[in-house]
Ligand binder design. Structure first.
Ligand SMILES: C[S@@+](CC[C@H](N)C(=O)[O-])C[C@H]1O[C@@H](n2cnc3c(N)ncnc32)[C@H](O)[C@@H]1O
Length: 234
């Protein structure tokens, strides 16, 4: 169920996909451009400049997204919008399903220990090897913001990967917007890569967005191979 502002965003994306004034583009393309537009405002290079028709439409869409992100800190806005739009545009190849917010919130509550977080030296790394829209990371940040505040957020080192570039873009956009509007994690990297591929087979990996706030924050690095726990009981 979408809240009012997310509903407005989903309706606008639907409308843009049916209004061919900026050419015919499916909703997934408008979500991608929305993400690229928000991230461009935060310093990520655009592959090519927007046309006048795109720029005006994206200005309005980014404004709606900014309004929603400002009103509801660390909420997963784009995941539900993506799934809502995808459910009505079955041909557009938007085949992803994300964790519902209350479930992500519950998992974050079970995981976060505020005293432990603040007593750790340096950064506390939160890894998400299949991030989707970033709902798990956002729920952790929402929980830390509520229990510890911005000092807790500054202790976090967020490391997200998804092999679907649109998912990596949505995750990067949501973390970046919240970092700007609410509180900045110490370190963020969002990669488009295959988390299951060995480290030496990651030539297509792309750092979609990232930064570190202090010189001692972990520098950008190649995505690590996901190490699956071995069954040592046998
Ligand atoms: C069911 S979604 C879950 C996303 C998110 N973790 C959540 O809880 O909503 C699974 C995600 O894993 C991504 N994925 C699947 N295989 C992957 C791989 N080998 N490397 C990176 N991402 C992968 C998919 O693109 C998708 O976004």
């Amino acid at each position: 169920m979408l809240d009012q502002t997310s509903k407005k965003l989903a309706v606008s994306i639907d409308r843009l996909s049916n209004d061919h004034g900026a050419g015919y583009h499916e909703p997934s393309m408008w979500i991608r451009w929305l993400c690229e537009d928000v991230l461009a405002g935060l310093g990520r290079r655009l592959k090519q400049p927007w046309s006048d028709a795109q720029r005006q439409r994206l200005f309005d869409l980014s404004g709606l997204y900014g309004e929603a992100a400002r009103a509801d800190p660390w909420a997963d806005i784009l995941g539900p919008v993506y799934m809502d739009v995808a459910s009505r545009w079955k041909r557009s190849g938007m085949g992803q399903f994300f964790t519902p917010w209350p479930v992500a919130q519950c998992m974050a509550k079970l995981t976060i220990n505020p005293a432990h977080l603040l007593s750790q030296p340096g950064y506390v790394r939160i890894g998400e090897p299949a991030c989707g829209s970033g709902v798990m990371l956002l729920a952790v940040c929402a929980e830390v913001a509520e229990q510890v505040g911005s000092d807790g957020i500054a202790k976090l080192s967020l490391d997200a990967t998804d092999r679907d570039q649109l998912c990596a873009l949505m995750c990067a956009t949501q973390v970046a917007a919240n970092a700007l509007l609410h509180a900045a994690p110490g370190h963020v990297e969002v990669w488009c890569a295959n988390s299951l591929a060995p480290a030496d087979a990651q030539e297509d990996a792309e750092l979609v967005w990232g930064y570190h706030t202090t010189p001692d924050a972990r520098p950008a690095q190649e995505p690590r191979q996901l190490v699956l726990p071995l069954d040592t009981a046998a």
